[in-house]
Write a protein that binds this ligand. Structure first.
Ligand code: 5GP
Ligand code: MN
Length: 337
């Protein structure tokens, strides 16, 4: 639930604005795109001139969402982005809480005179908006989006297609309700979404069971040949080089979920995935229990996220990134700071 006073303010901002822009984070996932497109669909029905601007491209397995083909990609459509942001009176920041999470788009946003509303579920928000809806207890930004839409009195605008976007976001951020999903509220929301008409079998097929052959082969290779355990910590990790990714015809989104598998091993409560890209090493972390991977990632990998799910970037070689993990993790386990 979002505070009533906040909902009233948000509605006033929406009422006053004609041109609205909705922005998910860089490398947007199911939650970021699901929330953005559900909100886009609602605002369109309210008669707004609304656009979703993504800092970069999003994975193919989200292309079925209504409005996906309309999403403006900052990396490839810069001039359009400048025009849209030049006239935007209201900006929504969805599924991120610091401007560094939108990469190059940050500089353009800072020039915009539009009002800002943030809707997010990550801990430790920066002061980046006029209205900050920051609920770390929410399983997904899509859960908050559902609250915002229903509490604003726009429930009838939440049609089957938009409900499917929200459903997909909750499923991707909770590993199909396997983690981060212990509050009964989530099941009431999911129940309502299914009641609205969400075809859950269809969504699961599109999001989780539409892998390419090469992606499944990459997963097999990652688990079979590239996963290791740490000697002195309850941790396991997977390392994939740029050359290996190319060999398996890697596309953005192909490694989604890989980092969860090491946690399926008995005795392992921390996992990491290292992927070498031409300009950086992308790192993902997951944990069970109290080990704060967000703090670890913030300290050693220029990143952040949630206590049990975080990510970051390393600027250096793949070997150095893995070495940092192997030496710093056991120390951090003891000190936790
Ligand atoms: P993933 O491992 O799926 O890429 O990300 C897991 C979580 O960590 C997500 O909630 C995401 O928002 C956050 N995250 C991923 N990469 C970064 C990063 O580079 N910086 C920060 N601050 N958070 C990240
Ligand atoms: Mn999220």
């Amino acid at each position: 639930m979002v505070k009533d006073t906040t909902i009233r303010q948000l509605k006033e901002f929406v009422d006053k604005a004609e041109n609205i822009v909705v922005i998910p984070h860089h490398n947007p996932d199911g939650d970021a795109i699901g929330a953005s497109l559900a909100w886009y669909g609602v605002l369109k029905q309210l008669g707004k001139n609304v656009n979703v601007i993504s800092p970069n491209s999003f994975p193919e397995f989200l292309e079925w969402m209504p409005g996906a083909e309309e999403v403006v990609n900052f990396e490839t459509e810069k001039s359009k982005v400048y025009t849209l942001l030049g006239s935007a009176e209201l900006l929504f920041f969805l599924d991120f809480n610091g401007l560094s999470r939108i990469k190059g788009l940050q500089d353009v946003i800072e020039q915009s005179s539009g009002k800002r509303i943030m809707i997010d579920h990550h801990p430790g928000p920066d002061d980046i908006a006029d209205i900050m809806i920051s609920e770390t207890s929410a399983s997904a930004t899509c859960e908050l989006m559902y609250d915002v839409i229903t509490q604003s009195g726009w429930k009838e605008l939440l049609n089957k297609e938009l409900a499917e976007c929200i459903y997909a976001g909750i499923m991707t951020d909770t590993g199909t309700l396997s983690y981060n999903s212990s509050r009964p509220e989530i099941y009431r929301i999911v129940g309502d979404l299914v009641g609205i008409g969400v075809d859950k079998d269809k969504v699961h097929k599109l999001v989780f069971h539409s892998n390419s052959f090469s992606r499944m082969k990459l997963l097999g290779y990652a688990l079979g040949s590239k996963m290791n355990k740490l000697e002195d910590a309850p941790a396991a990790y997977i390392v994939l080089s740029d050359q290996e990714l190319k060999q398996y015809d890697y596309k953005p989104g192909d490694s989604e979920g890989f980092v969860n598998y090491p946690l399926w091993i008995e005795g392992i409560s921390i996992s990491a995935l290292f992927m070498e890209h031409p300009d950086k090493i992308k790192v993902s972390f997951r944990s069970r229990g109290t080990f704060p991977v967000n703090k670890f990632s913030e300290k050693f990998f220029n990143g952040g996220g949630h206590v049990n799910a975080a990510g970051g970037e390393f600027y250096g070689t793949l070997e150095k990134a893995v070495e940092t993990f192997k030496t710093k993790l056991p120390e951090f386990l003891v000190s936790k700071k």
